[in-house]
Structures are given as C-alpha cells and as structure tokens.
Write a protein that binds this ligand. Sequence first.
Ligand code: DGJ
Length: 718
Amino acid sequence: MAALGSTLGYAQTTIPLETRSTALVLQADDKKNLRIVYYGEKLADAGSYAQVPQAYRQTDDYSGVLASAYTPAGSRNLAEPAITVVHADGNTSLDLRYITHTRQEVTPQVALYTVTLQDPVYPFTVKLFYKVYSQEDVIEQWSEISHQEKGPVVLNKFASANLHLKAPEFWLTQYHGDWAKEMQPETSRITHGIKTLDSKLGTRANLFQPSVFMVSPGKPATEDEGTVLYGAMEWSGNFRIDLELDYQDNLRIVAGMNNFASAYTLKPKETFATPAFVFLLSHHGKGEASRKLHTWARNYKLLDGHGTRLTLLNNWEATYFDFNEQKLFGLLKDTKRLGVDLFLLDDGWFANKYPRNGDTAGLGDWEVNRTKLPNGVSSLVKEAANNDVKFGIWIEPEMVNPKSELYEKHPDWVIRQPAREEHYFRNQLVLDLSNPAVQQFVFQVVDKLFTENPSLAYIKWDCNAVVYNAYSAHLRNQSHLYIEYVRGLYNVLAKIRQKYPKVPMMLCSGGGGRVDYAALQYFTEFWPSDNTDPLERIFMQWEYSYFYPALATSNHVTAWGKQPLKFKVDVAMMGKLGFDIVVDELEAQELAFCQQALRHYNDVKQVIWQGDQYRLADPRQGSFASLVYVDPARATGVMFNYLVNNRYGEGTPYPVKLKGLDPAARYTVREINLLPGTSSPLRSDAVYSGDFLMKVGINPQLSTSRTSVVLQLSKVTP
Ligand code: DGJ
C-alpha cells in the first residue's frame, strides 16, 4: 500500500531539544511533515539523531503522521488527533506542515523553541512552543492556534502537546480519588487503544482524577532504576490526556484542556493559546524524576519557591463555625503559646443577612459577621499583633450560597441554568468568572481585606463546589464557559499578585481538589486533603511528593486519626507544618512536646523545604515508610520513619540504607522529636561515614511501641 508519507523520505530538518541528560527530537521530512523521532537519553553527537528513524523495523506508518508532533485531523490521520477544526467554509480537514523554527535563549539554562506549522490550503497556523529547562530535564509544551480565514473557525480539539514514544511496552501510573481520599495510585500496563485521564468538573478539577501521571517505557521504573516520564497539565480546569498505544505499538500522548462541551469559536486574527503541559524524562527512576521536578518547581513555578513559609494554628477543626471574638482572642494566645508563626481564621467569619453559621448560607457576602465579630477583622489583626503572631484568613471567593445577598442581587453572576432546577455541591454554586464584573468582584474581596488590614499575612483560598448547571449569562458562546472560567480565575490571581506579590496563599479545594503548576504560580502552598489522619497522610503525602515539593505541601496536626500526638506531628513535619487542634485541651507534656517539635522544625525546615528528597522504604511495599531530605551541600539531612503496620512484632529488623549523602563525609545521627521524659535507643555520640550510612544503613528501631522516629543527620566538620 503506497500511502502518502509511508516512508520517511529524506530528513530535511532535525530539531533536537536537548536538556542536560535528555533529548526530544523533532524532524521535518522532505514533505515537511513534522514528527517526533526520538525522546530519550541525550546522544553525545547531536548529528546522530537524524539516523534514529532507520533503526526501527516496525510496520508501515501508512498515514505518515502517526508520529506527528501535533496531529491534525481530517486529511489522512488515523489516530487520536491533537487538533480538530471546522474551517470558516465548513470544511473539516486540516493538514499541518513545518514552515520554520526559532530558538530563543531565555536564560543560559532555559531555551524557548517555537516551531511554526501551516496548513498548505487554508490560512491556518499552529505554533508549537517548547520551553526547555536544561538543568532539570524539564520541558513545557503549549501551542498557539490562529488563522486568517474569512470567518470564525471552530476548534473542536486543541491539545497543548503531542508526544510519541517508542518501547516494547509501557506502564502507566495514574491517580484517582475523592474527598478525603486524594492521590490513590494505580499502575497498569498500557494496552492497545486509548486510555484517557480527564476531568469534567470545571473547578475542583482534581477531585476524582488529577492530571499528574507517570509512564515507564519497558518496565515499571523503581525508585532508583528505570526510565520514567512524568507529565502534568498546567491547567486548573477540565483537562484531557489521551494515551494511545497505536497499531505500531508506539505510545502517543495527547494532552491539553478537555474539549468536552468546549468547542471554541476562534475569530480571524485572534490567537488561541493553550496552557502548558509539563513533562520530564529520567533514566534513573522515580526518585530522580521527582527531585528534578521539585527543583524545577522551586526555581521556576511555585510562588516564592526559595522563600520561607509560616507555621500556623488553624481554627477549622477546633471551632468549625462556632466562634466569637473572645474565643478567637483565646486562640490567638494559644497560637503564641504553641509557638507557631500565624493564626489562620477559617470559614464562618462573614455574612449578616444570612449569617455564615454553617455551610448552607452566607457564602458570597464578604462583610464581617457583626454578631460574632462586632469589632471587625481589624480587631483580630490587632490582637494578633498584641500576641506577637501573624494573622491569616480563609476565603472562598469564587462561590455563592443561594441563601446569600450576593445571589439575590446578582443571579446573573452565578453559573446556573436559567430554566432548570439548580443542583448544588456543598449547598453552593460557582460564580461566573468568565464575566469581567465577577472577576473584579473576586479581586475586590481580596483587595479589601488587604487594604483594610495591611498586616494581613496569609490567605487560605478555598473552592468547594464543582461546576454543575454549566451556563453563563455573560457568554454568548456557552461552549467557551469551562475555558473562560479558568482564564478569568487566572486574571484575578494575576491581578492579586501584581498588587501583593508575595503574601503567602494556600490553594485549597475542599481538600486537594485543585492543585497544578499553573495555579501554583500564584500560591505558595496547597492543601493536599481534608483527611489529616496521619496514617493516611503517610501514603497520600508519599504520592503527592512525586510531583510537588515538601515546601508546597501543607500538613496539619489535627484530631483525625488514633495515633499518638508525636506520630501526627512527625508526619506533618514532612512539608509545611501547621496545627488545627484545641491547644487548651493538650496535656502539659503534650504542649511541651509540640513546642519543642516546633523548635526542631525551625532547625530542620530549610532542609525539608529546599533539600533533595530520597524515598527509602515504600509503605505500600512493607511495614514502614522511610524517607530523607538532604541539603544540596550534603551536610545535613532529616530522616522520617513510620511504622504503618501494627501487627505483633512489626518493626525494622534491618537497617534502612540512606541516599544522597557524601560517602566521604562523616555524620552524627541524632533522634529529635522525642517525647518529654523519653530517650532514644540510638546512640547519640556515634559517628558514621556517608559510605556506611548508604551501604549498610541505620536502624531507626521502629516497633509497635515506637511507631515514628525522626533522625537529624549532621556532617561532622573535621
Ligand atoms: C474545606 C477545606 O478543605 C477545610 O479545610 C475548611 O477550610 C472548610 N472547607 C471550610 O468550609
């Protein structure tokens, strides 16, 4: 069968996108079809990438576009496309040929490649952008779609990225979840056909499935061995990632915003920019991949990625909606007593006509509740200062309860079907952020808080409802709503950050319903889950840690879980530590323990936040979890160990081998976070070489009566 492009022809242009250790290689053939010919380890000689295609003896690529770098539909494509369109004249065909490419040096470590593709028949252009972060081996890819046709073009699919990988088999690790059950992993071999990871929830896009995933070509990568690709959408709304194992046994990955109910009408000369898909390849297992991603996140994405974070006391579980000024004044004293930096006032401080005394009313009415707080928020901020602690506040500005003045005044600002029964998620509806007036309203909620309280030091930004009843009174084109909502949200966040560049903000979504690297450009941290049971958290934080650094992960000690307080504190320390407990109810010894743990945390937090994380013992594979954070100079480290199985005799019969240390250096290993009056069975005067600790290991001596152990490693200076 002589299909168009069934042989590769003579390569005309090869574009190697090289990082420190990897190369993604695009190649335009003599017919200007742009394909991916390689994604793997960087070759010593960039000239040899052009020889890669000849090394394969697979069945024919009949269409000539199976390995397309951005698969168009409607001409000869036979696989899942990256883009589908209806031209101004109603024609549904699209072909895209390579025109040109440029390389722009953003910094010595970061390059931006732009590849321009053009339809030979229609004035229709797609620009592919690849931002290549050399040191971290990370690539961000997105596209810009534009045309100069005589009328609007409808985009029915509009991916950000299209990858093509070759290997004998592929293994996928994906995640699913629900409220309080976030980040449940599943690993399976990818079979022929299409596996789609997606979300159609609009706002809490990650509630059932986040966009983060791993693909291992060949066999599942382990912590330190094997090749693994990490991928994730930088988009806080509906996403869609198609993983198609094609008839040639190659894996095509097409990732972008979800086109579900989102056909986009693009006027001539307008540009449709897709969000970035971020990916990286490691040839030394999942551990190296996550360390690269963490470094990239801290260097380039996460807001204030090299800055500090505040420890805090939150009142959500301590009071729920039941508080008044006196009670909060008491909690401010407790904040100081406990020794954290900040008090965070949660839900329930606002609304008067329909007071926010539960989750059924008041959302949207951001005036302080005069019964609970007759002297306003400013009186709390002042009292916080009197106690020498900072003050932060909870908001959920994208949402509205139908029982609210906002809903009564502006029903047209609400996403709701005008002629249908309203469906609620947590008794609330979503405001229509596609509407600039609503964007301004949301901005003002935040701006007013800061203007009235210039020393306000922290915001917790919640988002508890999904988009039901998708309809916007503002938009003419309803199928733009899901996309314009997220763009509207980013407009607001960008405006907030322009005025308040670094105030710490926590990204929360009824637990971990919203976290991705687009949102994290505006937030300093995220809330992984409302499930703070420390046993559950060990597993959940473990999975989150593949994709997000500890610096961004807010962990609170709460009443959830039956474990001892020490266990809870030890688990919450693996990230950004906070408390949501009734300090008053702590025994004197417990309070003393927390105070001391906070002092220890202040000693080691820099290593946890900025160090390299090494996973040592996987709780899913044994009876305990172990991991260590090591600072880049390999001079200090903190090792966390937890028993996750309480059966008789469980513990650590063998030492746990450390990683990431300097083999030639010598380290002391000191147990910290001991309960008052207890001592460590580990010798505090022993000195071990890095070589010993990495080849033999150290035994944290976990047992059913010693279920969590934190060890501080310090290099001995000769
Ligand atoms: C959901 C969040 O996840 C909780 O931490 C708390 O802030 C509540 N919302 C408040 O309504």
